[in-house]
Design a protein around this ligand. Sequence first.
Ligand SMILES: Nc1ncnc2c1ncn2[C@@H]1O[C@H](COP(=O)(O)OP(=O)(O)OP(=O)(O)O)[C@@H](O)[C@H]1O
Ligand SMILES: [Mg+2]
Length: 244
Amino acid sequence: MSALLEIRGLVKRFGGLNAVDGVDLAVEDGEILSVIGPNGAGKTTLFNVVTGLYPPDEGSIGFDGHELVGLKPNQICLLGISRTFQTVRLFANMTVLENAMVGQHCRTRSGVLGAVLQLPRTRAEEERVRARAREALAFFGSRLASFRENQPAFALSYANRRRLEVARAMATDPKLILLDEPAAGMNPRETEEITQLIGKLRDKGGYTLTICTWSRGCRTGWSPSTTDARSPREPSTRCPATSA
Ligand SMILES: Nc1ncnc2c1ncn2[C@@H]1O[C@H](COP(=O)(O)OP(=O)(O)OP(=O)(O)O)[C@@H](O)[C@H]1O
Ligand SMILES: [Mg+2]
């Protein structure tokens, strides 16, 4: 069976610096894979290349039967890859629900005219987007659902803002979610909670996940598979979570 995401010989250079230097990795459907490495190892750059923000200098990225190199970020999103960012990137003045609804943007068809004239098709589409966003928020229980829906993103705690980023990623209807340092800046209790959530995203949500984290210890409990960004030629070292 071929992997959902298959990266071969990926290189990304910034001037004389090889930020990503010959990465090979494969992520199987339904797998949680951690990419570990110290600061500057190239983890975020790898995600930026996979999601089309930067073109690679060499290599190929196969996803679900498609070659991603040369595609735009919105095309990659449509194929089923979504992500969160290392530093939270939300629309601070928009509500929790609106931020989650943004996730569906790549799957909408209505234009400005439809919105201005409030055409029935546009209203139906907006209802569908709202329902999908609520579904994603419900995954986080009282942290993001019910009364929080209408709070502006800036009013959320840091941990809730990170959760909202994950909800927005879920709302794009992805097959694969890339999480960049999902536990960064969280306290031990919040880290434990996000760890459990990552397991739930796979087991109940049915997503495949790839997670960037700086330390092997951070991923204990969520991932049976690890690849070390410092040893890109020996990727996808499958090791039991207990040995982390
Ligand atoms: N847009 C850019 N222009 C120039 N250099 C860059 C750019 N983005 C990243 N780099 C460099 O590429 C290298 C890898 O950076 P990257 O952010 O991918 O590492 P990382 O593993 O995510 O680190 P961290 O753990 O600090 O998040 C670093 O040396 C960084 O300075
Ligand atoms: Mg990074």
